[in-house]
Design a protein around this ligand. Sequence first.
Ligand code: NCD
Length: 307
Amino acid sequence: MFADKDVLTITDFSREALERLFEETDVILNALTSGKKLDALNGYIMATAFFEPSTRTKMSFQTAMLRLGGACVDLPPEEISSRAKGESLADTIRMLDSYADVIVIRHRLEGAAKFAAEIAEHPVINGGDGTRDHPTQTMIDLYTIKRAHGSIDGLTVGVLGDLKYGRAARSFILGLSIFKPKKIYLISPPQLSCRPEVLHFLEEKGICYEEASTVTKVLPELDVLYVTRIQRERFPDPVEYEKVRGSYVVNELLLKSAKENLAVLHPLPRVDELAYSLDQTSHAWYFKQAYFGVPVRMALLKLILKG
Ligand code: NCD
């Protein structure tokens, strides 16, 4: 299901495959929390090539590899790597492919990970490409929901924020469709609504969804609220960003009408859309979600490299 496989988009994975990944994650998480040392990837090397900013994705992949006894090499920033001399992406990938057993790439261009996968012989993992895909973030998101609610099936899930430019949100919506949620609310300012291609996909899959421009009305129905930041860096025009900036905030006041077991998720980083005062409440699942990034990525690396 995973052996030697590229990880480019979440829809390449079946429900069975994701359930296998979650099972392996549970085993790894137990080992981690009981302080057991793991060495399944001893002798393996992972290369990270991040052409866009990252904290969690890169560092949790590196932590995952090191916690499995493997090693990591990282492409240096542009100014001090051969990209400054004009080396192409294709040649850079060829090099990493000859050094490492697996490559994790993040790039501002949609399709960059697929392009890398066509060049590399070793598996390529998409750590986020432009506005499109972020499959490993979605694996973590779905795993977090399973931990919070026991199952993804039958839940009412709100996805709030920048559904137009946010790859984490887009990938999450596609990922939900692999399971059987009761309903998905797509909540965004009208300028940042979900792309038609994603809506068509949900329709084809027979997933019940509804678009909304404010979260207040639908909040009492939700089991999960997935909050995302407005992707300022992807706006072609800064004036357009100013028009939507700060247009939604999830805070304690809003959550007064929430179900007691509502789980609030966020792929992070947050800017101003998620109040710090929520961190102490039982709704806050986003730091656990970020923490699960390590065991989920450990499970994924292990299944890809060891089958
Ligand atoms: C996300 C990303 O890079 O797409 N971050 C992450 O990987 N956790 C979300 C974001 O930047 O808003």
